[in-house]
Ligand binder design. Structure first.
Ligand SMILES: Cc1ncc(COP(=O)(O)O)c(C=O)c1O
Length: 265
């Protein structure tokens, strides 16, 4: 798995009494070659979070195909596409094609993000039948609850909602990126519904200042190992405006570092 990436890969690996191998991102993106180098005969799962949480970066079709070609048969590619519906990069992989071709992978998606049903706990995986069969042997017998299933079906019947949310997100992404750049902060280019931002400051203090103003962000220090970064969710125009207002007040309290922290350490 990459680092930083979605923390549950590591947690779930540890719960299985297995060894997480965390490979640092390069330029905020999965370093797939370095990850492939860490694969050996004991490696069972190869996680790719695409787009990556927390950085919002993505890996391309060509890169994913290279991974599939090079992974040994003993290792399953887990493609986590929780933010799939937000992506507009033309070279993003259409991973269902790989499932249909019978390639060795599982694609994970969810109703928690663009469909806004996180509280109902409904998501799904797609893989060829023998992989699904293996999952059935170990998964708990209790299924996704019936209310969640009804809500998921209703969501699928309303594609307009996805189009609308994607558009709100795209506009918010552009606005926030522009506003952050005007304030001298680097926003990592994102394909998801959040932005990873180098604030060039003590992000923990900044996070606390924002919290006092009613805005909760994820601070990059302890989980992600990036002490000047915050991750903020892209919201509606009103929410984005509120974030920028709170940010302006918060940064007045916290001076920027003169040198980027990464260089100093
Ligand atoms: C990359 C990624 N995968 C999966 C999830 C969890 O999705 P779900 O709510 O369907 O468990 C998240 C949520 O934070 C996520 O960021």
């Amino acid at each position: 798995m990459a680092h930083p990436s979605f923390v549950m890969y590591e947690t779930d690996t540890l719960v299985c009494d297995a060894e997480p191998r965390k490979v640092p991102l390069t330029d905020y993106t999965h370093d797939l070659d370095a990850m492939l180098e860490r694969v050996d005969a004991r490696t069972r799962l190869f996680f790719v979070c695409n787009p990556n949480n927390p950085t919002g970066t993505y890996v391309t079709r060509a890169e994913i195909e290279r991974v599939m070609d090079r992974l040994p048969d003993s290792c399953l590619l887990v493609l986590d596409e929780a933010y799939y519906e937000y992506v507009d990069a033309p070279d993003y992989p259409q991973s269902l094609d790989y499932v249909r071709e019978g390639r060795r992978l599982i694609v994970l998606r969810t109703f928690s993000k663009i469909y806004a049903l996180a509280g109902l706990r409904v998501g799904y995986g797609m893989a060829r039948p023998d992989i699904v069969q293996a999952l059935h042997q170990v998964r708990p017998p209790f299924n996704v609850n019936s209310l969640a299933q009804v809500a998921a079906q209703a969501s699928l019947a309303d594609p307009e909602q996805v189009t609308r949310s994607r558009e709100v997100n795209r506009q918010g992404r552009d606005t926030l990126t522009r506003e952050l750049e005007r304030r001298g902060m680097r926003a990592v280019p994102t394909q998801a519904n959040f932005i990873y931002i180098d604030t060039a400051r003590d992000a923990r203090r900044l996070g606390e200042e924002l919290l006092c103003r009613g805005v909760i962000v994820r601070v990059g220090d302890w989980i992600f190992g990036d002490p000047t970064f915050i991750r903020v969710t892209i919201g509606t125009p009103e929410q984005n405006e509120r974030f920028i207002e709170a940010l302006d007040k918060a940064i007045r309290e916290i001076p920027p570092y003169e040198e980027p922290l990464a260089k100093a350490s």
